[in-house]
Design a protein around this ligand. Structure first.
Ligand SMILES: Cc1cc2nc3c(=O)[nH]c(=O)nc-3n(C[C@H](O)[C@H](O)[C@H](O)COP(=O)(O)OP(=O)(O)OC[C@H]3O[C@@H](n4cnc5c(N)ncnc54)[C@H](O)[C@@H]3O)c2cc1C
Length: 414
Protein backbone atom coordinates (compact mmCIF):
# COMPACT_ATOMS: atom_id res chain seq x y z
CA UNK A 1 0.00 0.00 0.00
CA UNK A 2 1.28 3.47 -0.85
CA UNK A 3 0.75 5.76 2.16
CA UNK A 4 2.26 8.74 0.34
CA UNK A 5 5.09 9.17 2.79
CA UNK A 6 7.40 12.08 2.04
CA UNK A 7 10.94 11.29 0.94
CA UNK A 8 12.19 12.09 4.46
CA UNK A 9 9.55 9.91 6.13
CA UNK A 10 10.49 7.04 3.83
CA UNK A 11 14.17 7.55 4.71
CA UNK A 12 13.33 7.52 8.43
CA UNK A 13 11.32 4.31 8.03
CA UNK A 14 14.15 2.62 6.12
CA UNK A 15 16.80 3.78 8.58
CA UNK A 16 14.78 2.48 11.54
CA UNK A 17 14.33 -0.87 9.79
CA UNK A 18 18.08 -1.06 9.05
CA UNK A 19 18.67 -0.44 12.74
CA UNK A 20 16.18 -3.18 13.62
CA UNK A 21 17.81 -5.73 11.33
CA UNK A 22 21.45 -4.83 11.95
CA UNK A 23 21.48 -3.89 15.63
CA UNK A 24 18.38 -5.34 17.29
CA UNK A 25 17.71 -8.74 15.70
CA UNK A 26 21.14 -10.18 16.58
CA UNK A 27 20.76 -9.41 20.31
CA UNK A 28 17.00 -9.43 21.00
CA UNK A 29 16.78 -13.01 22.26
CA UNK A 30 19.66 -12.65 24.72
CA UNK A 31 18.54 -9.23 26.00
CA UNK A 32 15.04 -10.63 26.54
CA UNK A 33 16.36 -13.68 28.40
CA UNK A 34 18.78 -11.63 30.52
CA UNK A 35 16.43 -8.64 30.96
CA UNK A 36 19.27 -6.46 29.69
CA UNK A 37 18.61 -2.82 28.87
CA UNK A 38 19.76 -1.97 25.30
CA UNK A 39 22.09 0.98 25.99
CA UNK A 40 24.12 0.06 22.90
CA UNK A 41 21.02 0.26 20.65
CA UNK A 42 19.90 3.53 22.27
CA UNK A 43 23.29 5.01 21.36
CA UNK A 44 23.01 3.71 17.78
CA UNK A 45 19.50 5.16 17.38
CA UNK A 46 20.75 8.50 18.67
CA UNK A 47 23.80 8.38 16.38
CA UNK A 48 21.45 7.84 13.41
CA UNK A 49 19.58 11.00 14.52
CA UNK A 50 16.36 9.06 15.08
CA UNK A 51 15.80 9.74 18.78
CA UNK A 52 14.33 13.17 18.21
CA UNK A 53 12.55 12.60 14.87
CA UNK A 54 9.25 13.83 16.34
CA UNK A 55 10.65 16.80 18.27
CA UNK A 56 11.02 20.37 16.96
CA UNK A 57 14.32 21.45 15.41
CA UNK A 58 14.39 24.33 17.92
CA UNK A 59 15.10 21.71 20.62
CA UNK A 60 17.50 19.52 18.69
CA UNK A 61 14.91 17.29 17.06
CA UNK A 62 14.41 16.52 13.39
CA UNK A 63 11.18 18.55 13.19
CA UNK A 64 8.86 15.67 12.32
CA UNK A 65 5.69 14.75 14.15
CA UNK A 66 3.64 11.82 15.30
CA UNK A 67 3.86 10.01 11.95
CA UNK A 68 7.67 10.04 12.05
CA UNK A 69 7.58 8.76 15.64
CA UNK A 70 5.11 6.02 14.69
CA UNK A 71 7.29 4.93 11.74
CA UNK A 72 10.34 4.52 14.00
CA UNK A 73 8.45 2.66 16.76
CA UNK A 74 6.82 0.33 14.22
CA UNK A 75 10.10 -0.62 12.55
CA UNK A 76 12.03 -1.09 15.81
CA UNK A 77 9.15 -3.17 17.26
CA UNK A 78 9.14 -5.33 14.15
CA UNK A 79 12.42 -6.69 15.55
CA UNK A 80 11.81 -6.26 19.31
CA UNK A 81 9.06 -4.34 21.10
CA UNK A 82 10.96 -4.41 24.39
CA UNK A 83 13.99 -2.70 22.89
CA UNK A 84 11.72 -0.27 20.98
CA UNK A 85 10.18 0.76 24.31
CA UNK A 86 13.40 2.54 25.33
CA UNK A 87 12.58 4.97 22.50
CA UNK A 88 8.77 4.98 22.90
CA UNK A 89 8.74 5.53 26.69
CA UNK A 90 11.06 8.51 26.30
CA UNK A 91 8.49 9.90 23.85
CA UNK A 92 5.77 9.42 26.47
CA UNK A 93 7.85 11.39 28.96
CA UNK A 94 8.72 14.14 26.48
CA UNK A 95 5.10 14.74 25.42
CA UNK A 96 3.71 16.40 28.57
CA UNK A 97 6.70 18.77 28.58
CA UNK A 98 6.11 19.61 24.91
CA UNK A 99 2.34 20.05 25.35
CA UNK A 100 2.15 21.73 28.77
CA UNK A 101 5.65 23.02 29.48
CA UNK A 102 6.66 26.66 29.47
CA UNK A 103 9.34 27.66 26.92
CA UNK A 104 11.86 27.52 29.79
CA UNK A 105 10.79 23.97 30.69
CA UNK A 106 10.96 22.89 27.04
CA UNK A 107 14.45 24.37 26.75
CA UNK A 108 15.58 22.78 30.00
CA UNK A 109 14.47 19.22 29.29
CA UNK A 110 13.70 18.52 25.61
CA UNK A 111 17.16 18.91 23.94
CA UNK A 112 18.68 16.18 26.15
CA UNK A 113 15.77 13.85 25.27
CA UNK A 114 16.00 14.65 21.55
CA UNK A 115 19.63 13.51 21.51
CA UNK A 116 19.10 10.61 23.97
CA UNK A 117 21.62 12.21 26.35
CA UNK A 118 18.87 11.46 28.82
CA UNK A 119 15.87 9.12 28.67
CA UNK A 120 12.44 9.93 30.06
CA UNK A 121 9.66 8.05 31.85
CA UNK A 122 6.07 8.72 32.81
CA UNK A 123 4.61 7.52 36.11
CA UNK A 124 0.95 7.83 36.96
CA UNK A 125 0.11 4.28 38.15
CA UNK A 126 0.00 3.54 41.88
CA UNK A 127 -0.95 0.34 43.71
CA UNK A 128 -4.57 1.52 44.23
CA UNK A 129 -4.71 3.80 41.18
CA UNK A 130 -4.50 1.88 37.90
CA UNK A 131 -7.39 2.43 35.50
CA UNK A 132 -8.76 4.89 38.07
CA UNK A 133 -6.09 7.58 38.22
CA UNK A 134 -8.36 9.74 40.38
CA UNK A 135 -7.37 7.44 43.29
CA UNK A 136 -3.83 8.89 43.23
CA UNK A 137 -2.34 9.04 46.75
CA UNK A 138 1.15 10.40 46.07
CA UNK A 139 1.13 13.74 47.83
CA UNK A 140 3.00 16.93 46.85
CA UNK A 141 2.84 19.71 49.44
CA UNK A 142 4.05 23.21 48.58
CA UNK A 143 6.75 24.33 51.00
CA UNK A 144 8.37 27.62 50.01
CA UNK A 145 10.08 27.26 46.63
CA UNK A 146 9.68 23.45 46.60
CA UNK A 147 7.03 20.75 46.67
CA UNK A 148 7.69 17.93 49.15
CA UNK A 149 6.70 14.71 47.38
CA UNK A 150 5.79 11.54 49.27
CA UNK A 151 4.41 8.25 48.00
CA UNK A 152 4.99 5.37 45.59
CA UNK A 153 4.51 4.83 41.86
CA UNK A 154 4.50 1.35 40.34
CA UNK A 155 5.04 -0.29 36.95
CA UNK A 156 7.18 2.54 35.54
CA UNK A 157 8.67 1.69 32.11
CA UNK A 158 12.25 2.95 31.53
CA UNK A 159 12.37 2.83 35.33
CA UNK A 160 15.86 3.45 36.70
CA UNK A 161 17.41 4.02 33.26
CA UNK A 162 15.58 7.33 32.73
CA UNK A 163 16.81 10.66 34.09
CA UNK A 164 13.66 12.74 33.53
CA UNK A 165 10.41 11.51 35.14
CA UNK A 166 6.89 12.90 34.76
CA UNK A 167 5.20 12.29 38.10
CA UNK A 168 1.55 12.78 39.01
CA UNK A 169 0.69 13.62 42.61
CA UNK A 170 -2.14 15.26 44.46
CA UNK A 171 -1.49 18.81 45.61
CA UNK A 172 -4.95 19.06 47.13
CA UNK A 173 -6.49 15.74 48.26
CA UNK A 174 -9.83 17.42 49.10
CA UNK A 175 -10.35 18.28 45.43
CA UNK A 176 -10.07 14.65 44.23
CA UNK A 177 -9.49 14.43 40.46
CA UNK A 178 -9.10 18.23 40.29
CA UNK A 179 -6.40 18.17 42.96
CA UNK A 180 -3.86 16.18 40.94
CA UNK A 181 -0.83 17.95 39.44
CA UNK A 182 2.01 16.92 37.13
CA UNK A 183 5.71 17.46 37.82
CA UNK A 184 9.06 16.88 36.18
CA UNK A 185 11.29 15.07 38.67
CA UNK A 186 14.93 14.45 37.91
CA UNK A 187 16.78 11.31 38.90
CA UNK A 188 19.19 12.08 41.70
CA UNK A 189 16.82 14.46 43.48
CA UNK A 190 17.27 13.63 47.20
CA UNK A 191 14.37 11.51 48.44
CA UNK A 192 13.77 9.84 45.04
CA UNK A 193 14.75 6.16 44.95
CA UNK A 194 13.88 2.95 43.12
CA UNK A 195 12.01 0.02 44.69
CA UNK A 196 10.98 -3.32 43.23
CA UNK A 197 11.96 -4.31 39.70
CA UNK A 198 9.19 -6.36 38.08
CA UNK A 199 9.82 -9.72 36.40
CA UNK A 200 7.61 -9.81 33.31
CA UNK A 201 6.02 -11.97 30.62
CA UNK A 202 7.19 -9.79 27.74
CA UNK A 203 9.07 -6.56 26.85
CA UNK A 204 11.68 -7.95 29.21
CA UNK A 205 14.60 -5.80 28.08
CA UNK A 206 12.76 -2.74 29.36
CA UNK A 207 12.97 -2.30 33.14
CA UNK A 208 9.64 -1.82 34.94
CA UNK A 209 10.22 -0.27 38.37
CA UNK A 210 8.58 0.98 41.50
CA UNK A 211 9.50 4.61 42.27
CA UNK A 212 9.67 5.72 45.89
CA UNK A 213 9.44 9.34 47.04
CA UNK A 214 10.36 10.18 50.58
CA UNK A 215 10.23 13.92 51.24
CA UNK A 216 11.59 14.42 47.75
CA UNK A 217 11.94 18.17 47.20
CA UNK A 218 10.94 19.21 43.69
CA UNK A 219 11.63 22.81 42.63
CA UNK A 220 8.39 24.75 42.20
CA UNK A 221 9.44 25.58 38.63
CA UNK A 222 9.10 21.86 37.75
CA UNK A 223 5.28 21.96 38.07
CA UNK A 224 3.78 21.35 34.62
CA UNK A 225 1.09 23.85 33.68
CA UNK A 226 -1.02 24.62 36.77
CA UNK A 227 -1.87 22.94 40.04
CA UNK A 228 -4.95 20.73 39.68
CA UNK A 229 -4.47 20.13 35.92
CA UNK A 230 -2.54 16.86 36.31
CA UNK A 231 -5.27 14.52 35.07
CA UNK A 232 -5.84 16.81 32.14
CA UNK A 233 -2.10 16.70 31.39
CA UNK A 234 -2.25 12.88 31.52
CA UNK A 235 -5.37 12.53 29.36
CA UNK A 236 -4.13 14.97 26.73
CA UNK A 237 -0.74 13.25 26.69
CA UNK A 238 -2.47 9.90 26.11
CA UNK A 239 -4.37 11.39 23.16
CA UNK A 240 -0.98 11.86 21.48
CA UNK A 241 0.90 8.86 22.89
CA UNK A 242 -1.55 6.02 22.30
CA UNK A 243 -0.77 5.94 18.57
CA UNK A 244 2.77 5.11 19.75
CA UNK A 245 1.49 1.99 21.53
CA UNK A 246 -0.49 1.21 18.38
CA UNK A 247 2.74 1.47 16.37
CA UNK A 248 4.50 -0.88 18.77
CA UNK A 249 1.60 -3.34 18.33
CA UNK A 250 1.66 -2.97 14.55
CA UNK A 251 5.41 -3.66 14.49
CA UNK A 252 4.87 -6.78 16.64
CA UNK A 253 2.17 -8.08 14.28
CA UNK A 254 4.28 -7.39 11.17
CA UNK A 255 7.40 -8.90 12.73
CA UNK A 256 5.58 -12.08 13.78
CA UNK A 257 4.14 -12.42 10.30
CA UNK A 258 7.54 -11.83 8.61
CA UNK A 259 9.17 -14.62 10.65
CA UNK A 260 6.21 -16.96 10.14
CA UNK A 261 6.03 -16.51 6.37
CA UNK A 262 9.75 -17.28 6.08
CA UNK A 263 9.19 -20.56 7.98
CA UNK A 264 5.96 -21.86 6.47
CA UNK A 265 7.37 -21.56 2.94
CA UNK A 266 10.10 -24.05 3.75
CA UNK A 267 8.46 -26.31 6.35
CA UNK A 268 7.17 -29.44 4.59
CA UNK A 269 4.49 -31.85 5.82
CA UNK A 270 2.63 -34.46 3.76
CA UNK A 271 5.15 -33.82 0.98
CA UNK A 272 4.36 -30.13 0.51
CA UNK A 273 5.18 -26.74 2.00
CA UNK A 274 2.66 -26.01 4.77
CA UNK A 275 2.00 -22.62 3.10
CA UNK A 276 0.25 -24.54 0.31
CA UNK A 277 -2.35 -25.91 2.78
CA UNK A 278 -5.60 -23.99 2.56
CA UNK A 279 -6.07 -23.89 6.36
CA UNK A 280 -2.71 -22.11 6.67
CA UNK A 281 -3.41 -19.85 3.68
CA UNK A 282 -6.60 -18.55 5.29
CA UNK A 283 -4.71 -17.68 8.46
CA UNK A 284 -2.02 -15.95 6.34
CA UNK A 285 -4.66 -13.94 4.49
CA UNK A 286 -6.49 -12.89 7.66
CA UNK A 287 -3.26 -11.85 9.38
CA UNK A 288 -2.04 -9.81 6.40
CA UNK A 289 -5.44 -8.11 5.99
CA UNK A 290 -5.61 -7.15 9.69
CA UNK A 291 -2.05 -5.79 9.66
CA UNK A 292 -2.72 -3.62 6.60
CA UNK A 293 -6.02 -2.33 8.03
CA UNK A 294 -4.24 -1.47 11.31
CA UNK A 295 -1.51 0.38 9.41
CA UNK A 296 -4.05 2.33 7.34
CA UNK A 297 -5.94 3.46 10.47
CA UNK A 298 -2.76 4.38 12.32
CA UNK A 299 -1.00 6.31 9.53
CA UNK A 300 -4.20 8.16 8.55
CA UNK A 301 -4.80 9.21 12.17
CA UNK A 302 -1.18 10.24 12.74
CA UNK A 303 -1.18 12.34 9.55
CA UNK A 304 -4.42 14.09 10.53
CA UNK A 305 -3.14 14.77 14.05
CA UNK A 306 0.13 16.19 12.73
CA UNK A 307 -1.75 18.49 10.35
CA UNK A 308 -3.93 19.80 13.18
CA UNK A 309 -1.07 20.19 15.66
CA UNK A 310 1.64 21.80 13.52
CA UNK A 311 0.22 25.37 13.76
CA UNK A 312 -0.06 25.03 17.56
CA UNK A 313 3.57 23.86 17.90
CA UNK A 314 4.82 26.57 15.49
CA UNK A 315 2.89 29.33 17.29
CA UNK A 316 4.05 28.22 20.74
CA UNK A 317 7.70 28.06 19.69
CA UNK A 318 7.64 31.38 17.80
CA UNK A 319 5.62 33.20 20.47
CA UNK A 320 7.26 31.51 23.50
CA UNK A 321 3.90 30.30 24.74
CA UNK A 322 2.50 26.93 25.89
CA UNK A 323 1.43 24.49 23.16
CA UNK A 324 -1.73 23.52 25.04
CA UNK A 325 -2.81 27.19 25.22
CA UNK A 326 -2.22 27.52 21.47
CA UNK A 327 -4.36 24.41 20.91
CA UNK A 328 -7.19 26.19 22.70
CA UNK A 329 -6.65 29.42 20.79
CA UNK A 330 -6.57 27.58 17.45
CA UNK A 331 -9.52 25.38 18.48
CA UNK A 332 -7.63 22.12 17.84
CA UNK A 333 -10.07 19.26 18.40
CA UNK A 334 -9.49 16.50 20.98
CA UNK A 335 -8.13 13.28 19.49
CA UNK A 336 -9.23 10.97 22.32
CA UNK A 337 -11.54 8.85 20.19
CA UNK A 338 -9.23 8.37 17.21
CA UNK A 339 -6.11 7.67 19.26
CA UNK A 340 -8.00 5.15 21.42
CA UNK A 341 -9.29 3.49 18.23
CA UNK A 342 -5.72 3.12 16.96
CA UNK A 343 -4.55 1.64 20.25
CA UNK A 344 -7.47 -0.81 20.57
CA UNK A 345 -7.42 -1.95 16.98
CA UNK A 346 -3.66 -2.31 16.50
CA UNK A 347 -3.13 -4.06 19.85
CA UNK A 348 -6.00 -6.50 19.29
CA UNK A 349 -4.52 -7.21 15.85
CA UNK A 350 -1.07 -7.76 17.42
CA UNK A 351 -2.48 -10.27 19.92
CA UNK A 352 -4.51 -12.13 17.30
CA UNK A 353 -1.81 -12.15 14.62
CA UNK A 354 1.02 -13.19 16.95
CA UNK A 355 -1.14 -16.01 18.38
CA UNK A 356 -2.07 -17.18 14.87
CA UNK A 357 1.61 -17.03 13.88
CA UNK A 358 2.55 -19.39 16.73
CA UNK A 359 -0.25 -21.67 15.52
CA UNK A 360 0.94 -21.58 11.89
CA UNK A 361 4.47 -22.54 12.97
CA UNK A 362 3.25 -25.41 15.19
CA UNK A 363 5.51 -26.74 17.96
CA UNK A 364 8.60 -24.79 16.92
CA UNK A 365 6.53 -21.60 17.22
CA UNK A 366 6.22 -22.27 20.96
CA UNK A 367 9.95 -22.57 21.57
CA UNK A 368 12.17 -19.85 23.04
CA UNK A 369 14.94 -20.41 20.48
CA UNK A 370 12.57 -19.67 17.59
CA UNK A 371 11.69 -16.00 17.13
CA UNK A 372 7.87 -16.17 17.07
CA UNK A 373 6.70 -16.89 20.65
CA UNK A 374 8.33 -13.65 21.87
CA UNK A 375 6.02 -11.58 19.67
CA UNK A 376 3.04 -13.22 21.36
CA UNK A 377 4.46 -12.48 24.82
CA UNK A 378 5.25 -8.88 23.83
CA UNK A 379 1.86 -8.29 22.18
CA UNK A 380 -0.09 -8.70 25.44
CA UNK A 381 1.21 -5.52 27.06
CA UNK A 382 -0.07 -3.37 24.21
CA UNK A 383 -3.63 -4.30 25.26
CA UNK A 384 -2.87 -3.25 28.85
CA UNK A 385 -0.67 -0.18 29.26
CA UNK A 386 -1.56 3.47 28.65
CA UNK A 387 -5.10 2.41 29.57
CA UNK A 388 -6.41 -1.13 29.09
CA UNK A 389 -8.42 -1.84 25.96
CA UNK A 390 -11.58 -1.89 28.11
CA UNK A 391 -10.79 1.69 29.16
CA UNK A 392 -10.10 2.63 25.50
CA UNK A 393 -13.51 1.27 24.51
CA UNK A 394 -15.14 3.23 27.36
CA UNK A 395 -13.45 6.37 26.03
CA UNK A 396 -14.42 5.74 22.40
CA UNK A 397 -18.06 5.22 23.41
CA UNK A 398 -18.05 8.30 25.69
CA UNK A 399 -16.76 10.45 22.81
CA UNK A 400 -19.34 8.96 20.44
CA UNK A 401 -22.14 9.82 22.86
CA UNK A 402 -20.78 13.38 23.22
CA UNK A 403 -20.63 13.76 19.42
CA UNK A 404 -24.17 12.43 19.01
CA UNK A 405 -25.44 14.87 21.65
CA UNK A 406 -23.76 17.87 20.03
CA UNK A 407 -25.00 16.81 16.55
CA UNK A 408 -28.56 16.56 17.93
CA UNK A 409 -28.19 20.00 19.56
CA UNK A 410 -26.91 21.54 16.32
CA UNK A 411 -29.79 19.96 14.37
CA UNK A 412 -32.33 21.27 16.87
CA UNK A 413 -30.86 24.78 16.63
CA UNK A 414 -30.92 24.76 12.80
C1 LIG B 1 4.81 -3.87 31.77
C2 LIG B 1 4.03 -2.69 32.21
C3 LIG B 1 4.54 -1.41 31.98
C4 LIG B 1 3.84 -0.29 32.43
N1 LIG B 1 4.38 0.95 32.26
C5 LIG B 1 3.78 2.01 32.84
C6 LIG B 1 4.40 3.30 32.83
O1 LIG B 1 5.47 3.50 32.22
N2 LIG B 1 3.80 4.31 33.50
C7 LIG B 1 2.63 4.14 34.17
O2 LIG B 1 2.15 5.09 34.78
N3 LIG B 1 2.00 2.94 34.18
C8 LIG B 1 2.55 1.88 33.54
N4 LIG B 1 1.93 0.65 33.55
C9 LIG B 1 0.65 0.53 34.23
C10 LIG B 1 -0.52 0.31 33.29
O3 LIG B 1 -0.82 1.48 32.60
C11 LIG B 1 -1.69 -0.23 34.12
O4 LIG B 1 -1.33 -1.54 34.50
C12 LIG B 1 -3.01 -0.20 33.39
O5 LIG B 1 -3.44 1.12 33.19
C13 LIG B 1 -4.11 -0.97 34.13
O6 LIG B 1 -4.15 -0.65 35.48
P1 LIG B 1 -4.14 -1.84 36.55
O7 LIG B 1 -3.00 -2.73 36.22
O8 LIG B 1 -4.18 -1.25 37.91
O9 LIG B 1 -5.45 -2.66 36.27
P2 LIG B 1 -6.97 -2.40 36.91
O10 LIG B 1 -7.24 -0.96 36.78
O11 LIG B 1 -6.93 -3.01 38.27
O12 LIG B 1 -7.81 -3.22 35.92
C14 LIG B 1 -8.02 -4.63 36.06
C15 LIG B 1 -9.05 -5.05 35.02
O13 LIG B 1 -10.31 -4.35 35.22
C16 LIG B 1 -10.69 -3.67 34.03
N5 LIG B 1 -11.32 -2.40 34.36
C17 LIG B 1 -10.97 -1.50 35.32
N6 LIG B 1 -11.78 -0.44 35.30
C18 LIG B 1 -12.66 -0.64 34.30
C19 LIG B 1 -13.76 0.10 33.77
N7 LIG B 1 -14.12 1.27 34.28
N8 LIG B 1 -14.46 -0.43 32.73
C20 LIG B 1 -14.11 -1.64 32.20
N9 LIG B 1 -13.09 -2.40 32.68
C21 LIG B 1 -12.37 -1.90 33.70
C22 LIG B 1 -9.37 -3.45 33.29
O14 LIG B 1 -9.60 -3.26 31.90
C23 LIG B 1 -8.61 -4.72 33.58
O15 LIG B 1 -9.04 -5.75 32.72
C24 LIG B 1 2.59 -0.46 33.08
C25 LIG B 1 2.06 -1.74 33.25
C26 LIG B 1 2.76 -2.83 32.85
C27 LIG B 1 2.18 -4.20 33.07
Amino acid sequence: MDYELTEQQDEIRKLAWQMAVGKIKPIRERYDAEEKFPWDVVKEIARADLYGVYLPEAYGGLGGGLLEQVLVIEQLSRACAGIALAFAATGLGALPIMLFGTPEQREAFIPDLAGAKKLAAFAITEPQAGSDATATKCLARLDGEHYALNGTKIFCSNGEVAETYIIFATTNPVRGARGISAFVVEKGTPGFSFGKKEIKMGIRSNPTYELVFNDCRIPKKNLLYKEGYGLFVAQTTFDFSRPGVAAQALGIAQGALDETLAYIRVRKQFGQAISSLQAIQHLMADCATSVEAARALLYTTAKAMDKAMKPAYDAAIAGRTIVFDEMGRLDVKRWTKESAMCKVYCSDVAMQVSTDCVQMCGGIGYMRDFPVEKYMRDAKITQIYEGTNQIQRNEIAAMMIKELASAAKAEAAA
